[in-house]
Design a protein around this ligand. Structure first.
Ligand SMILES: [Zn+2]
Length: 231
């Protein structure tokens, strides 16, 4: 009787303990993240607030890395400070080398974080860039998670842009919003904009890995308006 009572008591305790150790979509994943630009290359600049895109990119990437790691991912970064990286090819090479050094295999995905630029300080919206058909599920998951940040959808660009073209990694480049938009730059400096984007990027990646592991995620179309140069 006492034994049965103890067993019941133990299982009542054990169930909540196991519940804490939930499996996340990031367990066992190896994610490379690139903070666009850096050093002498500022990227887009908000003239009103003096905010350079390179610093916004890095702030998002560092916070996203921490959040992903706490969810079980292994994360490598191209740049971790204000380094100048000479070429996009070199960025991809760094990601590949760091994945190899950390986990002795190919990165599962490469995400390049950028913010767009326009001469119109009121213009805003989200754009995702990818290169190959294999990138579409990732690009779609990130796009769908990022669009609500601005509520303005600038769709996709595909074919030969940015760092997505090298090494046949599954990759996407995000322009979550326009840093030249004054409201965005102000929210970056004084608001919660970095965390809002980190949460959205995290949700997009979680979606991608969840669908990938259940093998039910079919990517959407890669159509966008394709207008305007991305920064
Ligand atoms: Zn950029």
């Amino acid at each position: 009787m006492k034994k049965i009572f103890t067993a019941v008591l133990l299982s009542a305790i054990a169930i909540p303990l196991f519940a804490v150790q939930a499996i996340t979509p990031f367990d066992g994943t190896l994610i490379a993240i690139d903070a666009g630009h850096g050093g002498t290359e500022t990227g887009a600049v908000n003239a009103t607030y003096g905010v350079a895109e390179k610093n916004v990119n890095l702030a998002v990437v560092l916070a996203l890395k921490a959040k992903l790691e706490s969810a079980g991912a292994q994360v490598v970064l191209t740049r971790e400070g204000d380094e100048t990286i000479s070429s996009r090819r070199e960025r991809v090479g760094m990601a590949v080398d760091k994945c190899k050094a950390l986990a002795n295999r190919k990165c599962d995905v490469l995400l390049s974080v950028h913010h767009n630029g326009s001469s119109d300080t009121a213009h805003d919206g989200a754009l995702v860039i990818y290169n190959e058909k294999q990138d579409i599920p990732l690009a779609t998951a990130l796009h769908d998670a990022l669009v609500p940040l601005t509520g303005q959808d600038e769709g996709y660009l595909s074919g030969g842009y940015g760092i997505t073209v090298y090494n046949h990694l599954i990759s996407a480049l995000t322009e979550a919003y326009y840093i030249t938009n004054d409201t965005e730059a102000e929210a970056f400096l004084n608001g919660n904009r970095v965390q809002e984007e980190v949460d959205a990027q995290f949700a997009g990646l979680a979606d991608y890995f969840t669908n990938k592991s259940s093998d039910s995620g079919k990517g959407g179309g890669g159509k966008g308006n394709g207008k305007g140069p991305n920064k």
